[in-house]
Design a protein around this ligand. Structure first.
Ligand SMILES: NC(=O)c1ccc[n+]([C@@H]2O[C@H](COP(=O)([O-])OP(=O)(O)OC[C@H]3O[C@@H](n4cnc5c(N)ncnc54)[C@H](OP(=O)(O)O)[C@@H]3O)[C@@H](O)[C@H]2O)c1
Length: 239
């Protein structure tokens, strides 16, 4: 195993893209702090892994929790905001509460994490902040109004911070994946189907994250769009 002194904080660490990224970075010798609600999906006894259970959708509680975390982990140099969920339907199918809750998790919690940890990175005069956006951050699509809005907001945040933080030596990047084979689709009425060409693997996104993290300090990969060879959306049979 390579020795690596870098310390990474990653949200959405218990599953899918976040879990694949944790595994890759732990394998590369990083110290990893993972945030999620349920780590039974990622039992990991690596001493370099610190799981922390936080509900990122409970945004009222977040500022205090994140400030405490930023204080106790003031040596973190890379933040990866990956937690999120999908919910789709016409706007009228969403309750007001559901609109709020999806934006809270997919956007507000990311902005709060950046708000809490940017001072830590800026003090070090270096660091990397990576957001996981989506192809839904690039183009609005039917039944995706709130999900697309949340991801457009994340992309706007990333682009603005890219500009705002460069003088402090902090780089900001966003990755926009197409459909990735993860638990994301478990509760959704559609998926990519079974054909290998129809989906990315979470490890593909983890590789893109590693590419950004390992870039030479003076070179920033602003944005990566990656998608499966074939763009297929399949409805699941109703049951
Ligand atoms: N899969 C795709 O096709 C795809 C495509 C483009 C972008 N994305 C984006 O990629 C990111 C990761 O998704 P994924 O595909 O890896 O899905 P996933 O396997 O369902 O993972 C989602 C992660 O987010 C965490 N999470 C969800 N709600 C949370 C909450 N309230 N508080 C804290 N953590 C929470 C989950 O942990 P717990 O459940 O343990 O809390 C889990 O670790 C999301 O932002 C998603 O929008 C996914």
């Amino acid at each position: 195993m390579k020795l690596n002194s870098r310390k990474v904080l990653i949200t959405g660490a218990s599953s899918g893209i976040g879990r694949a990224t944790c595994k890759k970075l732990l394998n590369d010798g990083y110290q990893v702090i993972g945030i999620a609600r349920d780590f039974s999906k990622f039992p990991c006894d690596d001493n370099a892994f610190t799981p922390i259970s936080i509900d990122l959708a409970a945004v009222e509680m977040l500022p205090k929790q994140l400030q405490a975390l930023a204080k106790s982990h003031s040596d973190v140099d890379t933040i990866i905001c990956c937690a999120g969920r999908g919910q789709f339907g016409s706007l009228e199918e969403f309750s007001y509460e559901q609109i709020r809750s999806l934006i809270d998790l997919n956007f507000i919690s990311q902005a709060f994490i950046a708000r809490a940890f940017l001072p830590v990175l800026k003090r070090q005069q270096s660091g990397t902040l990576i957001f996981i956006g989506s192809e839904a951050a690039l183009k609005g699509s039917r039944k995706g109004s709130i999900y697309c809005a949340s991801k457009f907001a994340v992309r706007g945040l990333a682009q603005a911070l890219r500009d705002e933080c460069s003088k402090s030596g902090v780089s900001v990047s966003i990755i926009n994946p197409g459909m990735v084979k993860t638990d994301f689709f478990d509760e959704l009425p559609f998926s990519h189907g079974d054909e290998e060409d129809n989906y990315l693997l979470p490890e593909d996104v983890a590789d893109a994250i590693a590419l950004i993290i390992n870039a030479r300090g003076s070179s920033v990969i602003d944005e990566i769009n990656l998608s499966p060879l074939k763009n297929v959306v399949q409805s699941k049979p109703a049951h």
